[in-house]
Design a binder for this molecule. Structure first.
Ligand code: 3EB
Length: 331
């Protein structure tokens, strides 16, 4: 694969309430309440409870230059143009997540087949009480992972179909999720040679491993999964924010580098300065000032960065970073 033209879709973070105009595929509100997705003024909208003060709310807007259509099916709300589909869903809180997650993912896989956007290239999962326990004593995250893995197995998608993803906490009730899928099969899933593929994690992290790739490359953009202080499969530096930041950003830097991408047949390469639409998830409220300073020291001065205080899938992780790498050109 060679670097292609700038792709036809892009994300922006806007403070809630900002005018949007046309060409919006979907909108995710990181605000003070969660709800099942809906069409709001014809725009697929997912509200996630991710902040405790509405003043900190923002929306992630997915925009395209193409003509958009939208719809609803099986509780999934979607918008698409000729090339890319945005889709959001919701799993109400209940007696555990294995079956519900498996069903929701099966419905999502069925929808992308029906609408003919067979390649999912980025997925986000916001999971309430992620470190809590389900009624059987299984951790909520592990319970969710089991259902998701069963859905991937049933879809025969296997590891080859697992896209870049985020699986992280939310303050809300019920799992909110959204994803991007495309018609072409140009998406390439990328692993990180510093980290064990998540779908190979040993059983001590749960009965079924997490189903995601470390990144997905499509049309010149590299969608970087949630990335934390994990080397091999092990958490490094429990309790130490600074060291975890360094390992997490070293992981991202290596993931996006030309050397790592070349191992996947992708002739392109990025640095941390190319990362944008960054979300920094942090566990402890008191860490915010330090996390903001670290982000200023690490990322491009014009990169969009938002900070979200939520629980992270492993209790020993304090920070996790995601974003989209793209060449900045002459902006
Ligand atoms: C990790 O590397 C940290 O379950 O979808 C990162 C990205 C993580 C995605 C997911 C989990 C997920 O294992 C956690």
């Amino acid at each position: 694969m060679r670097p292609a033209e700038r792709e036809g879709i892009e994300a922006r973070f806007v403070d809630s309430g900002a005018a949007e105009g046309s060409g919006v595929l979907g909108r995710v509100v990181f605000g003070a309440a969660s709800a099942a997705p809906c069409l709001e003024d014809g725009v697929p909208t997912l509200c996630l409870h991710m902040v405790d003060d509405t003043r900190d709310s923002f929306a992630e807007i997915w925009r395209t230059s193409g003509e958009t259509r939208c719809g609803m099916e099986n509780g999934l709300v979607y918008g698409h143009d000729d090339a890319v589909l945005f889709c959001a869903g919701f799993i109400p809180a209940g007696e555990g997540y294995t079956d519900a997650a498996q069903r929701a993912y099966a419905d999502a896989f069925a929808l992308v087949r029906t609408l003919d956007f067979p390649t999912i290239f980025r997925m986000w999962n916001y999971i309430p009480d992620i470190n809590g326990e389900n009624p059987d004593g299984l951790e909520v995250y592990r319970d969710f992972c089991r259902g998701r893995a069963l859905a991937f197995e049933a879809a025969d998608a296997g590891q080859a179909g697992m896209p870049a993803a985020t699986g992280i906490g939310t303050w809300g009730e019920g799992v909110g999720f959204y994803f991007l899928a495309c018609r072409d099969d140009d998406a390439k899933h990328i692993e990180n040679s510093r980290q064990m593929p998540a779908y190979c994690y040993p059983e001590r992290y749960g009965p079924k491993p997490p189903s995601f790739a470390r990144a997905t490359y499509r049309h010149g953009a590299l969608y970087v999964s949630g990335t934390a202080s994990i080397v091999g499969h092990e958490t490094l530096h429990a309790g130490d924010l600074l060291k975890q930041w360094d390992v997490a950003t070293d992981n991202v830097a290596h993931l996006v580098s030309a050397g790592n991408l070349a191992a996947h047949g992708v002739t392109d390469g990025y640095t941390l300065q190319d990362l944008d639409q960054i979300k920094v998830y942090y566990r402890r409220a008191d860490d915010l000032p330090q996390v903001m300073q670290l982000a200023r020291d690490t990322f491009h001065p014009r990169a969009e960065v938002r900070f979200l205080k939520v629980d992270i899938c492993r209790t020993d992780l304090l920070v996790e970073i995601e974003g989209i790498a793209r060449h900045r050109g002459s902006e």
